[in-house]
Design a protein around this ligand. Structure first.
Ligand SMILES: Nc1ncnc2c1ncn2[C@@H]1O[C@H](COP(=O)(O)OP(=O)(O)OP(=O)(O)O)[C@@H](O)[C@H]1O
Length: 678
């Protein structure tokens, strides 16, 4: 194992890594594992190639993946524990044991015992997490994070970034605990599911630290219970979504809870620092000690090219940059088979069905995530597929419009089950570690290139195999330019639906066919019948969310005429509506499509203004990046111009609705967060 720094004395020495004399330490060089040893090109990244931005010291990393030893039992793939989601009930995600990281090539030679960390943390790593060796990012980042510097750390999805900051966070608390009644470490996460996951990992790591306490808070649950718990015992480590954190810190009893924070961690930092979250993050930062007195870690698989832009927001002028992806190395995993299909809109849903059916036929323990553009469309299509004949117990939906309890159930069922499909909006796009996902399908252009990378990263985690397919309608083809440098195979051959799967015998168990024969033999008919059974409100919400999504997309610009064509086609071809649902003039104006030929309008007399705007807040994901405004109303009321429409769509940024939810729960009296939803 080899790791070097950018020749700053002392940096590589305390890493406990063995030097490999056969590999030179050329900055910027790429090294490959000899053929046959690893399918994955190893980037030993020396980040000194281009000038680091002012104030940012690039940590030069040269990492060599550990080669599996011949008799290395642990290098053999371990099948995730299989549980039938229909018969097993999980109260929380944390109840479900995670399978170990299976591909040991993704581990470094560095062992956790080599670090200068507390024996109780080491014990938790051995006895609870059962990890011996660090992943590459852990080997690189933990020693740096244990020091005093602020750190920006980048590593591919699913490579163990969570522990890379959790371990140092615990050590910081042990070394310099905040006074009684105050939080020592604040970890912010953009989504509730990720917050819970970080909380679970932290709890495991605290197993032998009985004096230390962590707590997770997020929107959608009663904030009074958070308040009560915090008042009775303030956590040393608080893991929060930004909205709930802001609400709690504005409660009179908790105003100074963050005033002694020693360490702030922003997980999915690029997401938290983009314009959608930034105002809220900036407000939270004002309640924290200033940067010289506070340490900050930013972690993500993706950062904007100019990382230094983030520096002004949260970091000290001098900070370390740990890059375990490697310059010139792509951000996606080479071991994930990535493909893309561009099809006429009328074939989109059929191809989705075929992709799922083929994968189910080929992969007995399939676990598929289907990412969809908006929360309302996710809800609609999940219902449509089930009514059309996809086995109900085999499909789970999760999106931001669900009650938190439903989200928890969905997440736990998918985490613990196999032979499952998860229809998801972007709430599952980042950070969420569902074990054993065999296929990710992204339907429609993601909101950005980075979002593509994060969604794709839900499979192939920790070196496991996986497949990822991007399924675009022809009008979205331009989005592919965003992904031009990523290894994605374009497939033009349309897929045929395989013959219906019959009941199968798997081991001792009989498993039912995942889809009805009717759906496989006559899908169009099955979908048309199913659509008739979905209520008009659900249909309208999904339809409007599609308009909002494409109206606000940052990388694809459509004229109003094109938009109307797109949504009309979507309604009929994807949603199986007999005709496009009528839009109110108010909403049409908001979206900048009022008066466009082909748009089906409702009777203005039936319009309910207040409700209308709420329903309009659905263009999640695409619209928001860098465009969301606070306050929930653009005050304009429209006009047919694209500017107004884009702004309206932008306002419905894909942020977790937890801020808004918390505000209405009355913790702090509200703060006007736009409660969008992914
Ligand atoms: N040292 C290790 N040994 C074995 N497994 C590990 C190790 N570190 C982490 N893992 C496992 O690897 C998986 C991925 O870890 P984690 O979720 O922290 O990745 P991540 O890099 O934060 O991913 P994302 O970019 O999607 O947020 C988890 O299941 C975790 O338990």
């Amino acid at each position: 194992m080899l790791l070097s720094s950018s020749q700053r004395p002392g940096l590589s020495m305390n890493l406990g890594l063995r030097q490999n004399p056969s590999i030179p330490l050329a900055p910027g060089a790429r090294y490959s594992v000899p053929a046959g040893q690893s399918r994955v090109p190893l980037t030993c990244h020396a980040a000194t190639g281009s000038a680091p931005a002012a104030g940012l010291r690039r940590r030069s990393l040269q990492l060599q993946r550990r080669e599996p030893e011949e008799d290395d039992q642990t290098s053999r793939p371990v099948q995730p524990k299989i549980m039938d989601a229909t018969t097993t009930s999980f109260s929380t995600d944390e109840d479900v044991p995670l399978p170990p990281m299976v591909d040991q090539q993704y581990l470094s030679d560095t062992k956790f015992v080599d670090f200068d960390i507390s024996s109780n943390s080491k014990r938790a790593l051995v006895e609870v997490l059962r990890y011996e060796r660090c992943s590459l990012v852990q080997a690189a980042a933990i020693p740096v994070c244990l020091g005093p510097a602020d750190v920006v750390a980048k590593a591919k999805t699913g490579t163990g970034k969570t522990l890379a900051f959790v371990i140092p966070a615990i050590e910081k608390v042990l070394a310099d605990r905040a006074p009684r009644g105050k939080v020592s470490v604040l970890v912010l996460s953009p989504t509730r599911e990720l917050a819970r996951q970080i909380g679970a990992e932290t709890s495991r790591m605290l197993s032998f630290h009985p004096g230390l306490h962590s707590m997770v808070v997020y929107g959608g649950v009663n904030p009074r219970s958070n308040l009560r718990e915090m008042m009775s015992r303030m956590p040393d480590i608080l893991i929060a979504t930004p909205g709930r954190c802001w609400d709690l810190m504005n409660n009179p009893g908790l105003q100074s809870m963050l005033s002694a924070v020693r360490l702030l961690v922003l997980d999915e930092a690029d997401n938290l620092l983009d314009m959608g979250f930034r105002p809220q993050i900036a407000s939270i930062l004002r309640g924290l000690p200033p940067t010289p007195r506070r340490q900050t870690f930013l972690f993500s698989a993706t950062f904007p090219p100019d990382v230094n832009k983030l520096a002004g927001v949260a970091l000290k002028r001098q900070h370390e940059y740990v890059d375990a992806v490697g310059r010139g190395e792509v951000a996606t995993h080479g071991h994930v088979e990535a493909s893309c299909r561009v099809v006429p809109l009328e074939c989109l849903r059929g191809q989705l069905l075929a992709l799922m059916a083929l994968h189910m036929a080929q992969e007995p323990q399939y676990k598929i995530i289907v990412f969809l553009p908006t929360a309302h469309l996710t809800a609609y299509l999940a219902e449509l597929f089930v009514l059309a004949g996809l086995k109900k117990s085999g499909l789970v939906a999760i999106h931001s419009r669900m009650a938190q309890s439903g989200r928890d159930r969905a997440s736990a069922a998918f985490r613990g089950g196999s032979r499952q499909v998860l229809f998801s909006s972007d709430v599952s796009a980042r950070g969420v570690d569902y074990p054993g996902v065999t296929l990710v399908i992204q339907v429609g252009a993601p909101s950005s290139r980075d979002q593509y990378i994060h969604r794709a990263g839900r499979t192939g985690r920790a070196g496991r195999p996986g497949q990822c397919t991007l399924l675009l309608a022809d009008f979205e083809e331009a989005f592919l330019t965003q992904l031009a440098d990523l290894p994605i195979t374009r497939i033009n051959q349309p897929l045929q639906l395989p013959p219906p799967l019959q009941q199968q015998q798997q081991g001792q168990q009989r498993v039912d066919a995942p889809m009805s024969e009717g759906l496989v033999r006559e899908p169009e008919r099955a979908f048309a019948r199913a659509a008739e059974r979905i209520d008009a409100e659900t249909r309208l919400s999904a339809f409007k969310s599609v308009l909002g999504y494409y109206r606000g997309h940052q990388q694809m610009r459509f004229s109003s005429r094109q938009l109307v064509d797109i949504i009309n086609g979507y309604a009929v071809e994807v949603m199986s509506c007999p005709s496009p649902p009528p839009l109110s003039p108010h909403f049409a104006k908001k979206m900048g499509v009022h008066g466009v030929p082909g748009l089906v309008m409702s009777d203005p007399a039936q319009e309910e203004e207040g409700q209308e705007w709420q329903e309009g807040e659905e263009g999640e994901g695409a619209g928001g990046r860098g465009r969301r405004q606070r306050g929930g109303s653009d005050g304009g009321g429209g006009g047919g111009g694209g500017g107004s429409g884009r702004r309206a769509a932008a306002e419905v940024e894909a942020e977790e609705a937890d801020g808004g939810a918390a505000a209405t729960d009355g913790v702090s009296g509200g703060h006007g967060t736009v409660g969008g939803g992914r």
